[in-house]
Design a protein around this ligand. Structure first.
Ligand code: TPP
Ligand code: MG
Length: 538
């Protein structure tokens, strides 16, 4: 029995639970799409290949399978590269496929052709070309590299013309994600010894802890020892904002108030703390660090000479910390509660201003706790990072490693595809929206019930504020001098334009009942950002 390369690739993907591939086709890709249609994988046509990379990133997180995206040769591949960057720096196991020139044209001048292997090298963990005679081995290696720590993208170039070559129709083998071993005993003993001596230790929780699903362990360690916990933005959801140990999110709005807690620490315990979001030295007091992660701490060792690396799977070391006698914590948990309350008070809407705070607070009220909110990159992200109550990991989805504008809309589409039973909303800035507006056609075509809230402030606010803080004149950051006229629909998606709180609440209530995507254009007064974001971190 034989089948062709395209069919075999599809059966390999099916064997790994992959049900969707995101991209924009080319002529050479047609046999692969045909095989997907017959084999039960949906090809999701997008408006821009960058979205395909973002979608594969988010799909992988939510489905716990490798995310797959495709782009054609040359410009398709360069567009896709922006999305692949997210898989790399937001740590998602993605298999990126691109069409490449056939081997016979190697080194020749060819329309659309660039060296795609060279293009992909710095933004992937591994890049190769598919060879029909070793297809199973290549796929196995791709899955294994993509899913091992730190997870990330791999690239497989598909030389043009190989799709119809016959290969044996063998039963595809399943490649399980690599097992992460517990840290070595000596490092865990060092960890225990240092932890027992601390009076004011703080837990700093990051992205790896989301992947390793450590919420329960983190909560138990915090409760056992009565100590505060800070989170990176992408670790939101690992500890409830109402928990007595919750001390806030690093880097984002009112970071100076969060610093009032971590400044006092005499020991930092990084739990899955990935500096790709925010380097330790940007916020950490100059004290000892215990770094529990899958890879050693990346930290300035002159400034922070005292680091204990505890490298491996983190369940075991956290169970050990849970089992210790409670330390004599000197943390004033009443003061911590006061700080937490006053921080959330400062992040709640005041008066009748129609700004980002009220937009977020009404959205939080109307979105069920089981829902997912994705966001983009800008001032709004900084506010969301601190203000958005996130009841479970991946309840809020952002890109704080790669931080590419344009992430939010495709992320919402992928979330709805991966978990259709959940309510999905996206909060995006107007600049970010402009980058990915075409994906409204994707959401419409797929009849995805997603509410897209566009914060229309006619500015690249985050950059405008940075400009202002440097005493520079506003220049090159204004998207539109005048209010942009609202259209009733965008690519067939209804647009509800609102300018005040009451009409926003009505529009949102209506939007949640509409079958299919809806855009809410919230024309906001953005002045709230000025006092809340880009504060000191130490
Ligand atoms: C692809 C990309 N280009 C540029 C930037 C730099 N950048 C970060 S935030 C931002 C402004 C975003 O504007 P908008 O989406 O309107 O959000 P706002 O800040 O207004 O809330 C820019 C230009 C980036 N992060 N990614
Ligand atoms: Mg804006």
């Amino acid at each position: 029995m034989t089948e062709n390369v395209a069919e075999h690739l599809v059966s390999l993907m099916m064997r790994h639970g992959i049900k969707h591939v995101f991209g924009i086709p080319s002529g050479d890709w047609l046999p692969y799409m045909d095989a997907m249609k017959k084999g039960g994988i949906e090809f999701v046509l997008v408006a821009n290949e960058a979205s395909a990379g973002f979608m594969a990133t988010v799909y992988a997180w939510l489905k716990k399978v490798p995310g797959v995206c495709y782009a054609t040769i040359g410009p398709g591949a360069t567009n896709l590269s922006t999305g692949i960057g997210s898989a790399l720096l937001d740590r998602s196991p993605v298999i990126a496929l691109t069409s490449e020139p056939p081997a016979s044209m190697g080194g020749r001048t060819l329309q659309m052709a660039i060296d795609q292997q060279a293009l992909m090298r710095p933004i992937t963990k591994w890049t190769t070309r598919l060879n029909p005679s070793t297809i199973d081995g290549i796929f196995k290696k791709a899955v294994s590299i993509a899913t091992s720590e730190l997870p990330g993208p791999v690239h497989i170039g598909l030389p043009e013309g190989i799709a119809n070559i016959s290969v044996p129709a063998t039963e595809p083998e399943f490649t399980a994600p690599s097992i992460i071993n517990p840290p070595d005993e000596a490092s865990m003993i060092l960890m225990e010894e240092s932890f027992k001596k601390a009076k004011l230790p703080i837990l700093a929780v990051g992205l790896t802890a989301v992947r390793m699903e450590l919420s329960e362990h983190i909560r138990k360690v915090a409760e056992r020892h009565n100590i505060p916990v800070v989170l990176t933005p992408m670790a939101k959801g690992l500890l409830s904002e109402d928990h007595p140990s919750y001390a806030g999110v690093l880097f984002h709005a009112l970071s100076d108030r969060v610093a009032d807690t971590h400044r006092q620490a005499d020991l930092v315990v990084g739990i899955g703390y990935d500096p790709v979001e925010f380097n330790y030295e940007q916020w950490m007091p100059e004290v000892k660090l215990i770094h529990l992660d899958s890879v050693p701490a990346d930290i300035d060792s002159l400034k922070y000479p005292s680091v204990i690396d505890v490298i491996g799977h983190l369940s075991e070391p956290l169970i050990r910390l849970e089992a210790l006698e409670p330390i004599s914590s000197e943390w004033d948990m009443k003061e911590l509660e006061k700080r937490r309350k006053s921080m959330f008070e400062a992040l709640s809407p005041k008066g009748d201003a129609f700004g980002p705070l009220v937009v977020l607070s009404i959205l939080r009220e109307l979105l069920p706790d089981s829902g997912i909110m994705t966001c983009d990159v800008g001032s709004h992200t900084h506010l969301i990072g601190q203000a958005w109550r996130t009841p479970h990991p991946y309840g809020q989805i952002m890109t704080n490693g790669w931080s590419s504008m344009g992430f939010g809309i495709p992320a919402a589409i992928a979330a709805k595809i991966a978990q259709p039973e959940r309510e999905v909303v996206c909060v995006t800035g107007d600049g970010s929206y402009m980058m990915m507006a075409g994906e409204m056609a994707t959401a419409k075509r797929m009849r995805l019930s997603i509410v897209f809230v566009v914060l229309a402030d006619r500015n690249l606010e985050l950059i405008r504020i940075k400009q202002e803080r440097k005493d520079m004149e506003t220049y090159g950051t204004i998207l539109s001098e005048k209010e942009i006229p609202t259209h009733e629909t965008m690519f067939g998606v209804p647009v509800l334009a609102v300018k005040d709180t009451d009409s926003y609440r009505d529009a949102l209530t209506r939007a949640f009942k509409i079958d299919g995507p809806v855009i809410i254009e919230a024309v906001i007064d953005s002045s709230e950002y000025d006092s809340l974001i880009l504060r000191k971190h130490k």
